[in-house]
Design a protein around this ligand. Sequence first.
Ligand SMILES: Nc1ncnc2c1ncn2[C@@H]1O[C@H](COP(=O)(O)OP(=O)(O)OP(=O)(O)O)[C@@H](O)[C@H]1O
Ligand SMILES: [Mg+2]
Length: 335
Amino acid sequence: MNTRAPAVQARQLVKTYPGDVTALNGMDVTVEPGTVFGLLGPNGAGKSTTVKILTTLARPDSGTATVAGHDVLRHPDRVRRAIGVVAQNSGADPVATGRENLRLQGRLYGLRGAALNRRVDELLDRFTLTEAAGRQVKGYSGGMRRRLDVALGLVHRPEVLFLDEPTTGLDPEARTAMWDEIGRLAGEEGLTILLTTHYLEEADRLAERVAIVDRGRVVVEGTPDSLKGELRGDAVHVELREAPGEAGRTLLAGALTGLPGVHEALFDGRRISARADDGAAAMPALLAALERAGVTVAAATVARPSLDDVYLRYAGRRYAEADTTDSLALAGGAR
Ligand SMILES: Nc1ncnc2c1ncn2[C@@H]1O[C@H](COP(=O)(O)OP(=O)(O)OP(=O)(O)O)[C@@H](O)[C@H]1O
Ligand SMILES: [Mg+2]
């Protein structure tokens, strides 16, 4: 196989579900071999549908896709041999043990005897499941279960690994451990990984390239830094002791945007968000202008724009407004 060919290439995928639901509306994805690519988007954006098509579990209405050089529609069997899939919902058998799950998966891919034993032990060790190997999976913690899911996807040493929301529902500690493991897989084993996530931080940390997906298509793509770099300057956040009134806001906005290198000042209660060419350089003049205007500053910070700012710019709404998973989880809905 030509190693320079993309590991994953999807062009103009369209998928509608009964009831006139457009899940994908011209989805394009290209993943270079040996890299981690993140599909980032809110609930219902079309991430899982894309993964299902690329892993031959669903057919597009139109569009084309190749994975590891094989066409997903013409040679689904070749694609399946080349990929590992970790679905959004665990595929492990809860009444079998971790070891039994791994052995079964290995046998499905033709591993037998000593080679199977070796591979299973290796994966149990690498995902710190050796101690729990003999216990039924239903007794595993969320983090252990997710680690087993990833191990199951790796049994047959795939070229391309699909991870559909590898850390959703994990506590911060388990999430960080999973991030470390995914980083190692990509770095040491040269695996190509396509992961989906609705965590901005996860995409930023793990993926070399990120595509932000909204309503069934990619709205913007690039490295996390290049996406953030497209937003001019730094984000400057100032918190005032008291919220200014309407007249005060107008006055302050005029005073701030009149400063050299400072653009736009947005007010939200006691909070002012401004954009500055060089946040640190603008800060003294900005604070002095606020003092002249007679308001007291409680706190001030300078930050590089976040992926949230990128999302706002391209999707036209705040990421938190578009994504409702966490609030659903908090409301106790098992979705
Ligand atoms: N089997 C199905 N039947 C009908 N509609 C579906 C089906 N699967 C997905 N959809 C719809 O397609 C759209 C895209 O869903 P998809 O699961 O791809 O989103 P997602 O980005 O993975 O979201 P999430 O972050 O919630 O997992 C949604 O509107 C969803 O309701
Ligand atoms: Mg999904």
